[in-house]
Write a protein that binds this ligand. Structure first.
Ligand SMILES: Cc1cc2nc3c(=O)[nH]c(=O)nc-3n(C[C@H](O)[C@H](O)[C@H](O)COP(=O)(O)OP(=O)(O)OC[C@H]3O[C@@H](n4cnc5c(N)ncnc54)[C@H](O)[C@@H]3O)c2cc1C
Length: 410
């Protein structure tokens, strides 16, 4: 068994640490902000098994210019951050080809095939109560064109992964979700979605279980040193510890550790905003997606969460909570009962330009494993990532790995 360090206790690091500790490895997990609320704490709670469409697609060339004109719309850029974001954006646009789209879908479908059963396995390893529930998902479309593209996507997913779907007119959608009093064109019902009770609860439970089975160190990893006798972690406090293997799972902050190793990566934040209501006397029977506006409303076990959208910005650029308000306002067009109030939050999706996570070893040093860049799907893919990381640690690397960091090296 190996001594393994994990940098980061978000859902990806926590899942990897759980899986590896379950296999009997001696695991040490480093987290600078154990009470923090990273992306893993405040997301929409969906186990989005049918979501395999990369963000970069030929359609973005038509849609993006219009979106960018609206600073509160589904996708925006914080313009002063443009120089820092430029290399990522160039690669993003270069990925928006049909060929890349097909490869990305096939790669994500591979992960989705076992994502749910891996969550069940992870639950069993951690000895946690079941937090999974099949919820389904209702995607609302304003126009016939939008509905047609939603149905086309659902059909493509059905062919690849077998998830059924159903086209609904507004009356049919209202039978499923009676709160939908406003106008819309139609809907696609996708029963293949699951959700967790509340992502913060799930994260804290994994972290608590890890405190029993691993060393949980409050500390920021600032450097990884490749030595002949092992790989060493150096923390911001100046401490150094030696391990056999290291897993980098620090969300968007992984990029500093990767660059410190002399490697290249394109990793930026697609920031999302949401509002969580914990005091409503009603909730939605299933998650709702506002397909033309890039956000969703998700019922948690203890509240209702409304949010999403994408803001490309540097991680530390101040938040613009006007975006959370804009989504609440838009939602009222469909669900007029939504009140003001609620608690606002901003989270940083760690995103690659090709919408594929990085799950692979250092190209020249198999002792270092990377697990980050899960973008919109980190909760969904956390358990399958953990299983794959455990395989990499065991020396079982796939012959052809579409998630390798090698794709960024030139
Ligand atoms: C609005 C929104 C809604 C979303 N909805 C969904 C959804 O419904 N379903 C889904 O699957 N995904 C969803 N996501 C995406 C998902 O939340 C992320 O992909 C996922 O949380 C990323 O997890 P992570 O562990 O890689 O990163 P993070 O959650 O960012 O965690 C990284 C951790 O690493 C720590 N860290 C940072 N630097 C260091 C360092 N140097 N050393 C050690 N540790 C470090 C940080 O403190 C942090 O705790 C959503 C995201 C947002 C923003």
């Amino acid at each position: 068994m190996s001594r393994i360090a994990i940098a980061g206790a978000g859902i990806i690091g926590a899942a990897c640490a759980t899986w590896l500790a379950g296999q009997g490895h001696k695991v040490t997990i480093y987290e600078p902000d154990p009470d923090g609320l990273p992306a893993s704490a405040g997301n929409a709670a969906l186990i989005a098994l049918p979501e395999i469409a990369p963000l970069a697609s030929p359609g973005v060339f038509k849609a993006v210019p219009g979106w960018l004109l609206d600073p509160l719309g589904p996708l925006t850029i914080r313009w002063p951050d443009l120089p820092a974001l430029a290399p990522w954006l160039v690669a993003f646009l270069a990925s928006a080809t049909p060929g890349h789209g097909r490869r990305a879908r096939a790669a994500l479908a591979q992960l989705m095939q076992t994502a749910l059963e891996d969550h069940r396995a992870l639950l069993a390893i951690a000895g946690l109560d079941d937090y999974l529930q099949q919820s389904g998902y209702l995607a609302l479309h304003d126009t016939p064109t939008s509905l047609a593209s939603g149905l086309e996507e659902a059909e493509a997913v059905r062919k690849l992964l077998g998830h059924d779907y159903q086209r609904l007119d507004p009356a049919g959608a209202r039978r499923l979700v009676p709160q939908l009093e406003g106008a819309f064109g139609g809907a696609v019902h996708l029963p293949g979605y699951w959700k967790v009770t509340n992502p913060l609860t799930v994260l804290r439970r994994y972290q608590a279980a890890l405190r029993q089975r691993a060393d949980f160190v409050t500390g920021k990893v600032v450097a990884i040193e490749q030595r002949s006798d092992g790989v060493a972690i150096r923390t911001a406090a100046g401490e150094t510890a030696l391990f056999d293997k290291i897993v980098v799972a620090s969300g968007v902050w992984s990029r500093e550790l990767v660059r410190g190793l002399g490697l290249r990566v394109l990793l930026e934040t697609e920031r999302g905003y949401n509002t969580t209501y914990s005091d409503l006397d009603w909730t939605l029977p299933m998650p709702l997606g506002f397909a033309d506006h890039g956000f969703i409303a998700s019922p948690l076990i203890d509240g209702l969460r409304v949010g999403g959208a994408v803001e490309l910005a540097k991680p530390d650029t101040p938040a613009n909570f006007g975006r959370a308000k804009a989504m609440r306002t838009k939602m009222r067009r469909y669900v007029p009962a939504l009140p003001e109030g609620g608690k606002e939050w901003m989270g940083r999706r760690p995103s690659t330009p090709d919408s594929l996570p990085v799950i692979g070893t250092h190209p020249k040093d198999e002792r270092i494993v990377f697990a980050f860049g899960h973008g919109h799907l980190g909760l969904t893919l956390s358990a399958v990532t953990a299983r794959r990381v455990a395989d990499l640690i065991a020396g079982k690397a796939p012959a052809d790995n579409p998630f390798s960091l090698a794709r960024f090296q030139r």
